[in-house]
Design a protein around this ligand. Structure first.
Ligand code: DOR
Ligand code: ZN
Length: 347
């Protein structure tokens, strides 16, 4: 196979930041994807419909003419204070698709996250009623739990009880990283889906320590051992509509990752689709890329797949070592910098 044609894909989990940082990265996603679900963990977090729509306007303005072919959908940041009224207002807006649950302290800018889901009962009940999706960062924050086990513990301690209380709640288990999560999503009662990132399909935790400490492979949930990577690859390429593309591309300036206490996040946006193609081809399943990248996520969110197509062609590329970021002369290191890719987007 030397080319792969698919409906224009969508990225169902994307961090864009704001201001000049956002303006410097959003074009990478717009070049490949038709739609993206934009995460709300700004500082301060996007907690209201009004903030989300203002943020969306800034994204479209930054894109300029490219905004004609890229539709950002927004998420609201769930907090202990989120009201049922805010959920109803979000449900009324066709540009807002979901709320995002960050357990407080779980990851980047999660300080305002949920301290106890019991404080969110009214909001969750309204989401269930309105059919608004809950996107979940699925890790417990209990410092007693080993960082590599935090996702598996989350399933038993939080996700299963939550879904027993709200069986109709539409849940996306974001950026799953373990065989336990893949198994849970595969066998659970509807309605549930999961996104999978390129880094968790391509790399295991050895990449964090390859010849030294590798901050550009550090994200949360952290990369896991090889058996988990293989389970995720199996899930993504299985054809199951429950698994779909969400890069979790999370831009951080180079100097904020290469430091004493570096930020979590892999910046995969520039070559996201080619990275996924690489992963699917590694198991001979490029034929399943269109389902994962272009159909399953849209269907979960109740949207049509794109009627446009894009074409990936076999063509050797090297991922950039570094790219400009923001407008202050900063740089950013993409995921798998300097590594070879076999696929490129034909324009
Ligand atoms: O690695 C991560 N980076 N994981 C997250 O959950 C958040 C993200 C970010 O915003 O940087
Ligand atoms: Zn994320």
């Amino acid at each position: 196979m030397n080319e792969c044609v698919l409906p224009r894909p969508d990225d169902w989990h994307l961090h864009l930041r704001d201001g000049a940082d956002m303006a410097s990265v959003v074009g990478y996603s717009a070049r490949q994807f038709g739609r993206a679900l934009v995460m709300p963990n700004l500082k301060p977090p996007v907690v209201s419909v009004q903030m989300a729509l203002a943020y969306r306007s800034r994204i479209l303005a930054a894109l300029g003419p490219a905004s004609a072919s890229f539709k950002p959908y927004m998420t609201l940041y769930l907090t202990d204070q989120t009201s049922a009224d805010e959920v109803r207002a979000a449900a009324q807006s066709e540009d807002i698709l979901a709320f995002k649950l960050y357990p407080a302290g779980a990851t980047t800018n999660s300080e305002s996250g949920v301290t106890d889901l019991r404080r969110c009962e009214a909001a969750l009940a309204e989401m269930e009623k309105q059919g608004v999706v809950l996107c979940v960062h699925g890790e417990v924050t209990d410092p007693q739990v080993d960082v590599f086990d935090r996702e598996a513990f989350f399933i038993d301690r939080v996700l299963i009880p939550l879904r027993q209380r709200f069986p109709g709640l539409r849940v996306v288990f974001e950026h799953i990283t373990t065989s336990q999560a893949a198994d849970y999503v595969r066998q659970a009662q509807e309605p549930i889906g999961a996104t999978i990132t390129p880094q968790h399909l391509l790399f295991n935790r050895n990449s964090l320590f390859q010849g030294g400490l590798r901050p550009h492979y550090y994200c949360l949930p952290v990369l896991k051992r090889e058996s988990h990577r293989l389970a995720l690859l199996e899930a993504a390429t299985s054809g199951s509509p429950r698994f779909f593309l969400g890069t979790d591309s999370a831009p951080h300036a180079r100097n904020t990752k290469e430091m004493d206490c570096g930020c979590a996040g892999c910046f995969s946006a520039p070559d996201a689709l080619a990275l996924y193609a690489q992963a699917f081809e590694s198991v001979g399943r490029l034929d399943r890329l269109a389902g994962f990248a272009s159909h399953h996520g849209a269907a979960f969110y109740g949207l049509e797949s794109s009627s446009e197509t894009i074409r990936l062609v076999r063509s050797a590329q090297t991922i950039a070592e570094s790219l400009p970021f923001g407008n202050g002369g900063q740089t950013i290191v993409p995921l798998a910098a300097g590594q070879r890719l076999d696929w490129a987007l034909a324009n």
